[in-house]
Design a protein around this ligand. Structure first.
Ligand code: ADP
Length: 655
């Protein structure tokens, strides 16, 4: 969209640009569609996105903050054009970098001037020695000194500006690249999620080394490098033989730095692997601390951690040593070249081919030539850390996304709750067996069904396919007759209230946890959902109410209370479909009874798919589907299926 915010009164809005977003007071907003024949504004409120409401002009004017946002779809010639024009297009790193072209152009311009100004000092010294000292002309000395001071001030300012520009560019790219990486991670399709969370997090954090490399000031060495040639030319003009040590020194240094590249690469790869493993161990241990302690697993994990930690340190130390030979070697070469220039210079001076001033100027210029060459050698030494990180990140960025770029989704208002599985077969990645095989059924809007089956029979898998977390290998899952693959995953999940078996709550208030998917949802929605689920009783028991802070993983709440929070969270969007995975598994009888009571209210007019084998919950359902080994073995009215299970005509259920 192309957007513009502006300040305008309600009556002077440009109607040609309608609809327009009005920013209201108290951080609210609505869409103004137009005015009807009586000049009454027609608006859409986010609470009811599909309905246009006509409101009195005075009422709207009283709420209106004075600011509005015009937005229109950007013109795109065709789909391909819109793809290339999208902010997500291009390489995740380089395309962002190239957006700062303007800044880097300024950096290069500043470098050009800095390098020209660098000639000031050697020329000053040369003239002082050759002209001022022999003639004792102090007035010339003052003129030269004043000139040089101006040069030095300009040099200082340019260098500060250059540093600032480089930092500014890296700041801009940092924010954008990091957010691009994060959005890719969040958009990852579950089927392609790497197995180890810790190792995955490590690959993402490795962006630090790419950033360290590209945003460091040493990268300026590459800009300065071409100027080395200019300085070499000037030294050659002062005395041709003086460039010999420089050429030999630079060649030796660069050849050495290039020759150890393979070793450095191997080390960078090994470090990356070891630190990914180390991180994986840490993350897994922290996530499962309770289990680790309960089964005395500390020793094994500690030794695993120490082994990978040792490997990381060893590889790092070896890498530092090897790259140290380059950086220290560079200093050594720089000094040796300086000595060689003085020695050769003195011979030229005795021969009368070089003045004293020329010798000193050549000496000063030689350090100017060698500095960027040494820095480039140093960069070559650091390069592999960044390159390995870049490769890893490239792989992450190429992982399949849930919402591929450029894919157009069918848009729907709201779902009615009709669900169809049409010959659905599904296998988890890297698994030979079918977790679900040729499953077919139709659920009508408002129908309540219980899915029964032994452990590992495919019940949870069925729910995951319903949520669009995985895609069927063959067959189709349809909502209101539309294939789930054509619907935006975010849309589907907004339409489905999901209560997982393992409720994961996060550190924060009750409200924060319930409104996870929509933090800006109104208090009304929160209250309505908590009344339905029974969470209002929990909140009213505590003085902090909905602001009651709970710990990580819902610490401080009982199993039943966590379930209640999870059900409230599922209800906040007022979904037409509820999916519940063993919601009463960890509850005692009275908690189960009260939850069933709440679910009875919740289920009215909603399609409900429940996995359970508890008889209380089963009472809410009218139909039972039995899964065994990934196949639907029975599907029918509750009583009939229960009879069939009892009499042993079908197997698979626990009832
Ligand atoms: P249920 O919910 O009926 O206990 P699931 O649907 O969880 O069973 O599992 C069905 C089959 O799929 C099992 O054999 C299980 O091993 C396998 N499975 C479940 N989740 C995964 C997963 N994330 N990755 C690979 N295989 C899985």
């Amino acid at each position: 969209m192309s957007c513009k915010q502006s300040k305008s009164s309600l009556l002077t809005l440009n109607e040609a640009l309608f609809p327009v977003i009005l920013l209201l007071k108290e951080e609210k907003a609505c869409v103004l569609v137009g005015f009807d024949s009586d000049n009454a504004p027609q608006v859409i409120y986010p609470e009811l996105p599909d309905a246009t409401t006509t409101v009195p002009l005075e009422g709207l004017a009283a709420q209106y903050s004075g600011y509005m946002v015009y937005c229109k779809p950007k013109y795109t010639a065709n789909k391909r054009a819109s793809l290339t024009g999208s902010p997500e297009s291009g390489h995740w790193f380089w395309s962002t970098w190239s957006k700062c072209r303007g800044l880097y152009r300024d950096v290069i311009t500043a470098s050009l001037l800095i390098n020209v100004l660098a000639l000031g000092m050697p020329l000053f010294i040369m003239n002082v020695y050759d002209r001022v000292v022999p003639n004792h002309s102090t007035s010339t000395l003052w003129v030269l000194a004043t000139g040089l001071t101006i040069v030095l001030i300009a040099d200082f300012s340019l260098k500060m500006m250059r540093t600032w520009f480089v930092d500014l560019a890296s700041l801009r790219t940092d924010v954008e690249v990091s957010s691009r990486i994060m959005s890719r991670v969040l958009g990852l399709s579950l089927a392609s999620k790497p197995a180890s969370t810790g190792a995955f997090a490590n690959s993402i954090q490795s962006f630090e080394s790419v950033r360290g490399f590209t945003s460091s000031l040493t990268i300026l060495a590459l800009v300065d490098l071409p100027f080395s040639l200019l300085f070499i030319a000037i030294i050659a003009w002062i005395g041709l033989p003086l460039i010999l040590p420089i050429l030999i020194g630079a060649a030796l240094l660069l050849i050495y730095a290039a020759s150890i590249q393979r070793q450095l690469k191997a080390m960078a790869d090994a470090t990356m692997k070891a630190s990914a493993h180390k991180n994986a161990v840490v993350v897994e241990a922290i996530n499962n601390l309770e289990t680790v302690k309960s089964f005395n697993g500390e020793g094994h994990i500690q030794s695993d951690f120490e082994a990978s930690s040792l490997e990381v340190s060893r590889q790092n130390a070896a890498m530092r040593l090897l790259s140290g030979t380059v950086t220290q070697g560079a200093t050594f070469v720089q000094h040796t070249v300086a000595v060689a220039i003085i020695v050769i210079g003195v011979y030229l001076l005795i021969d009368g081919q070089l003045s004293q001033g020329g010798l000193i100027a050549a000496y000063l210029l030689s350090s100017r030539v060698m500095a960027p060459i040494s820095q480039t050698a140093g960069l070559l030494a650091q390069y592999h850390n960044a390159a390995t990180a870049m490769e890893t990140l490239d792989t992450v960025m190429d992982l399949p996304q849930e919402r591929p770029e450029g894919k157009e989704w069918l848009s729907r208002a709201n779902l009615t709750g009709k669900i169809e599985f049409r010959n659905v077969s599904f296998r988890y990645p890297d698994d030979e067996r079918y977790a679900l095989h040729n499953a077919s059924f139709v659920l009508q809007p408002g129908e309540h069904v219980v899915v029964l089956g032994k452990n590992g029979s495919g019940k949870t898998t069925l729910q995951r396919l319903l949520l669009g977390l995985y895609q069927p290998e063959s067959g189709a899952v349809l909502f209101d007759g539309v294939d789930i693959r054509q619907l935006d995953p975010a849309f589907i999940r907004r339409q489905i209230g999901y209560v997982p078996q393992d409720v994961h709550l996060m550190h924060g208030s009750l409200k924060h946890n319930v409104l996870l998917g929509d933090p800006s949802a109104s208090d009304e929605r929160l209250l309505k959902a908590s009344q339905l689920s029974g969470m209002d009783a929990l909140a009213s028991k505590h003085p902090a109410g909905f602001d009651l802070v709970i710990g990580e993983n819902g610490q401080g709440l009982s199993g039943g209370q966590r379930q209640t929070v999870a059900i409230t969270r599922a209800l906040v969007n007022d979904p037409m479909i509820m999916i519940l995975d063993e919601p009463t598994e960890s509850l005692d009888h009275s908690a189960e009874a009260s939850l069933c009571h709440s679910l009875k209210r919740v289920g009215e007019n909603r399609t409900m798919v429940m996995i359970t084998h508890r008889s209380l919950l089963m009472e809410l359902a009218s139909r039972i589907i039995v899964i065994d080994n990934g196949q639907i073995v029975a599907d029918g009215p509750k009583q009939e299926v229960i009879e069939a299970l009892r009499s042993g005509r079908i197997s698979g259920g626990k009832a």
